[in-house]
Design a protein around this ligand. Structure first.
Ligand SMILES: [Zn+2]
Length: 239
């Protein structure tokens, strides 16, 4: 539960605190997720740990886990939970996680959530909060449809949020931008459905623990990631 959060202040390093941050997966929610996590990191003075980052680090440093992950990626396969879990565990054992952390992109499924519980209980710790950012599907669709990519340098633009300077031309290469083949409404909806199917059991798991905080982030209600982040921070500091 959230009891320990009450005692959190930035300067009191001895206090234990475990924060987890869950998110919706597609479109510009990625960007919002980054916004929210960035603010929480600054305000709470705890590391922001994303699985993407952990993967890149392990691969770059050619750790045993990194080598295994590379093999799977080379074969175009998903990295098994077991490998991901071990990478997360190693990361959480690092010094800077002593006073808490923000997890981003993990756990993605129920098996990972259960393993995370095991990892933390071995350390006599537990999660304090799961933030679930939601955005109406129509908004996600609209934003993903506005996504464009430079075929040359692969830079990603968004015709609503992050427009190139001239028309649909890459700022750096002067090349006509394209819509990625994956960015069709139908494919997006399939991805969202897969996401919800995987996420629902994770959210149910945390709801029974009473630690879920759902935040709607939506242009329609004029609530941005920064607004959500501010509320979460004041909740964590005052609770
Ligand atoms: Zn370019």
């Amino acid at each position: 539960m959230t009891i320990e959060i009450k005692r959190v202040t930035i300067c009191k390093k001895t206090f234990k605190r475990r924060d987890i941050y869950e998110y919706r997966y597609d479109g510009c929610t990625r960007h919002r997720k980054g916004t929210v996590a960035g603010i929480l990191k600054e305000e709470l003075n705890i590391p922001h740990i994303s699985t993407g980052e952990i993967f890149r680090k392990n691969i770059k440093e050619k750790t045993e886990l990194g080598k295994i992950a590379t093999q799977y990626a080379d074969e175009g396969k998903l990295v098994p939970d077991e490998i991901t879990n071990k990478m997360v565990k190693n990361r959480l054992n690092e010094e800077d996680c002593k006073n808490g952390f923000i997890l981003d992109g993990y756990p993605r499924n129920l098996a990972q959530a259960e393993e995370l519980d095991n990892i933390l209980s071995e350390k006599n710790e537990k999660l304090n909060l799961v933030v679930y950012l939601t955005t109406p599907t129509e908004e996600i669709v609209e934003r993903v449809m506005a996504r464009r990519e430079c075929p040359k340098c692969k830079k990603v633009y968004n015709m609503i949020l992050n427009k190139p300077k001239n028309g649909e031309i890459c700022d750096d290469c002067g090349v006509q931008l394209i819509t990625r083949a994956d960015d069709t409404e139908e494919k997006l909806k399939t991805r969202l459905n897969i996401f919800f199917t995987q996420t629902q059991p994770v959210m149910d798991f945390y709801k029974t623990k009473g630690i879920v905080r759902e935040e709607e982030v939506s242009v329609a209600i004029n609530r941005l990631g920064t607004d959500a982040a501010k509320d979460i921070v004041s909740y964590l500091k005052n609770k």
